[in-house]
Design a protein around this ligand. Structure first.
Ligand code: UD1
Length: 427
């Protein structure tokens, strides 16, 4: 298996193009199931998860074509056509590898009147149940059965009636499934306490471009008036705010600076605030966001929260930055119960972090040292890369498949900034 080798302490400086957002791409792709006309997505990131989702959609009879992008380009253009669905079953082998597969449930049910999807099971960052996905679809009129590790959802003859649901906790995935099911329902659906992450807004904007009628986009109270059919569209995936925030942390921990081309400050306010609290200079500039170290790193206290709060997907990367702060930071993870798997690995690199339940106390240290490390999830892996960039000596990051799921050509982008980083074949 490949590994990344980083020789740390080089000051990063330069420009990085921000790729299309993974978390957006994985909810825009299943929208192809909602229409028999072609859906063209531009700026899709080249990621293992996008390839996996394409493969999953192919299983249902969706044809996919990638248009003439050159290998050296970031992103690509994919046209997906679901003229006729040939299967409505998402099998265990595919769902197990990619949790986001659960996002076919809503659109498939809406289009075909039935969907059978393997239960995804637990995952490295916690239990991650799907009860809310099922409850909201039931509220829209679906009949749900659980058997042999699969969810079988069926709509009454003539389609889902639509309905009303109030989420007891904010769920990004369940809101996405509900939106994709409601757009083709016979009647009106109202969702309360819906997630309002920028990726949800991206999904709503695509659905509207396909002919859906949605009110309250970007708020937690959303009303969807079902329409009999949706049409094709061409749509550009939004920039990845988590990738942008990750490169910002990487630049600042090295005392460097980065121009993040394509990053949109309005979607990253909590991250920008955290970077400023940590002493960084952050400035919107034409075409993107400029982030630079500005003196010592300062400690930060914050909790993760649904948008517009500080994203759970940025917690590990910010923690890596704060390992070098002058003082003690306190981070609290409120979304997932088991999202500190990077902590022991960061400590092996000389960090001083204690965890107590959902809280991590990060005592800043004057230096980190390179080590061989591995992580069991995507953002945790990125936090080790960030620490490696600031560490003295060599850091080897193993299990790159996590990084390849979510960071488009990571080592190339970091090399553009002057990092001493290479990917090599390893064990
Ligand atoms: C979550 C994050 C999202 C992040 C993604 C990948 C939030 C609100 N969501 O989205 O920002 O990009 O992980 O790291 O920050 N839950 C249930 N039952 C369900 C669904 C969820 O109890 O059916 C709980 C989860 O355990 C969690 C919370 O609700 O505590 C939010 O989960 P949810 O937003 O659904 O997770 P993802 O869609 O994976």
């Amino acid at each position: 298996m490949d590994k990344i080798i980083i020789r740390g302490t080089a000051r990063l400086s330069g420009t990085v193009p921000v790729s299309g957002a993974k978390n957006s791409a994985l909810t825009l792709l299943p929208c192809a199931l909602l229409t028999d006309e072609p859906l063209t997505l531009r700026n899709l990131p080249r990621l293992a998860d996008v390839d996996g989702f394409q493969h999953l959609l192919n299983q249902f009879g969706v044809s996919t074509a990638i248009a003439g992008t050159r290998p050296e380009d970031f992103g690509r253009v994919m046209t997906l056509t679901a003229t006729r669905l040939t299967s409505t079953v998402a099998p265990y082998e595919l769902v197990r590898k990619m949790r986001a597969s659960i996002l076919v449930l809503g659109p498939m049910l809406a289009r075909a009147g039935e969907a059978t999807v393997s239960l995804p099971g637990g995952c490295a960052i916690g239990n991650r149940p799907i009860d809310l996905h099922l409850k909201v679809l039931e509220a829209l009129g679906a009949e749900i059965e659980l058997a042999a590790g699969y969810v079988r959802a069926r709509a009454p003859d003539g389609g889902l009636p639509g309905g009303r649901y109030s989420f007891p906790v904010v769920s990004v995935g369940a809101t996405e499934n509900a939106l994709m099911a409601a757009v083709l329902a016979k009647g009106k659906t109202t969702l309360h306490n819906a997630a309002r992450e920028p990726e949800i807004v991206d999904l709503c904007n695509l659905l509207v471009a396909m002919g859906a009628q949605i009110e309250g986009i970007g708020t937690s109270d959303v009303t969807i008036h079902g329409v009999p059919r949706l049409h094709g569209a061409t749509y550009q995936v939004m920039p990845d705010r988590i990738e942008a925030g990750s490169y910002a942390c990487a630049a600042v921990i090295t005392g460097g600076e980065v121009m993040l081309t394509g990053a949109r400050i309005a979607e990253m306010e909590a991250t920008v605030q955290a970077l400023r609290d940590a002493g960084a200079h952050v400035e919107p500039r034409p075409g993107g966001l400029f982030v630079a170290a500005d003196g010592p790193i300062r400690p930060v206290t914050l909790s993760t929260a649904p948008y517009p709060g500080f994203a759970t997907d940025m917690q590990a990367q910010l923690m890596a930055l704060l390992t070098r702060a002058e003082g003690t930071s306190v981070l609290t993870e409120t979304i997932f119960e088991n999202r500190y798997m990077h902590v022991p690995e960061l400590n092996r690199m000389g960090a001083h972090i204690e965890t107590k339940g959902r809280t991590a106390i990060v005592h800043g240290v004057p230096k980190l040292t390179g080590a061989e490390v591995m992580a069991t999830d995507l953002r945790a892996s990125m936090s080790l890369v960030i620490a490696g960039l600031a560490a003295e000596g060599e850091t080897q990051v193993h299990r790159l498949y996590h990084l390849d799921r979510g960071y488009e050509r990571l080592e190339e982008k970091l090399a553009l900034l002057g990092a001493d980083i290479e990917r090599v074949g390893g064990d």
